[in-house]
Ligand binder design. Structure first.
Ligand code: GZL
Length: 307
């Protein structure tokens, strides 16, 4: 009946086992490590053969990986675009090869929505809004200016663009909130520490750090302590992810609030892939469930935290 697409023509060959090509961003953060683990474990559990590549956060490496999956005639391609732009050409190549594509974690800015079957991942604007709302609540009784420094994620990435926008949307309503400095820390601990050291030298009074992920926040904590200040007290810190190391710092009082961004996308990705290859319709956008954590909630959640 021609309903099934991909798997019969794919690299699965005679044993009709689905073959997935996954082009991962890199291994830049605790979140990414947990995300990779979720994808690898879920593929094994779903009986899907996984071809996996790590692009070391370089777009050209992800594009190379996608092209190699097309050459290998995999049944389906999934990836987390390191940046939002520059994907149309390679996605059109996949489309011409009749290999369906699923976006996970991060989005692309291609206007042509036919280039991928669905986008499974968090609402990063909402994550930024939640971080901003915590700040508004934390300083609701204060009239004095609140000086904020911001460690942005990878330049050009959907999480960096959207978290910044959501945060600004909420704090922008009150002129007492001032972003005194804002720079990318590339989602890594090392860069987060380096940029925070520069902020501490260049910005006379820092009340709050907003870091787009826990890892940059953890690097900043090292810089703050190195400058003889107390993280979580002298400088309040709000981050996004809620990976184990971030939750531990939250429980220890070095971070004040964390907005969760779940990396556990593997099970849904495998489920969506099977539906796509069976010719079923899937939702064009699947938003992941996630919450927020205070210091008290982190202490409760830590023992059974999976990542
Ligand atoms: C968000 C993901 C981001 C994490 C970072 O879904 O793309 O990339 O917030 C990771 O920790 O490096």
């Amino acid at each position: 009946d021609g309903a099934a697409t991909g798997s019969s023509a794919g690299a699965g060959g005679g044993n009709d086992k689905i073959v997935m090509g996954f082009a991962q961003v890199g291994a830049e953060s605790g979140w990414r490590t947990a995300n990779t683990k979720s994808i690898q474990e879920s593929a094994a559990q779903a009986g899907i053969e996984l071809k996996f590549s790590d692009a070391q956060q370089k777009q050209e490496n992800q594009i190379k990986a996608i092209r190699s999956y097309i050459q290998q005639k995999v049944d389906i391609i999934a990836f987390s675009p390191v940046v939002e732009s520059g994907w149309d050409t390679v996605l059109k190549e996949a489309q011409r090869a009749k290999i369906p594509v699923i976006l996970t974690d991060r989005a692309v800015d291609s206007p042509d929505k036919s280039l991928y079957k669905t986008f499974l991942g968090s609402d990063f604007v909402e994550e930024g809004r939640k971080a901003g709302q915590w700040l508004v609540d934390e300083y609701k009784d204060s009239k004095d200016p609140v000086n904020i420094v911001e460690l942005q994620g990878t330049t050009g990435s959907a999480p960096a663009n959207d978290r910044k926008a959501g945060f600004q949307e909420v704090i922008g309503a009150d002129p007492k909130f001032k972003i005194a400095a804002s720079q990318t820390g590339d989602f890594t601990r090392a860069k987060g520490k380096e940029v925070m050291e520069a902020f501490l030298k260049s910005t006379p009074k820092i009340d709050v750090l907003f870091a787009h992920n826990d890892d940059m926040g953890l690097g900043a904590i090292e810089a703050i302590e190195g400058a003889g200040k107390v993280p979580g007290k002298d400088i309040k810190i709000v981050t996004i992810d809620a990976v184990k190391d971030g939750m531990q710092a939250l429980a220890d009082g070095k971070i004040n609030y964390i907005v969760e961004c779940s990396p556990l996308l593997g099970p849904q990705l495998m489920d969506l892939s099977k539906k796509v290859l069976a010719g079923e319709q899937v939702e064009p956008r699947v938003v992941t469930e996630e919450t927020t954590f205070t210091q008290e909630q982190a202490k409760q959640a830590l023992p059974e935290r999976k990542y």
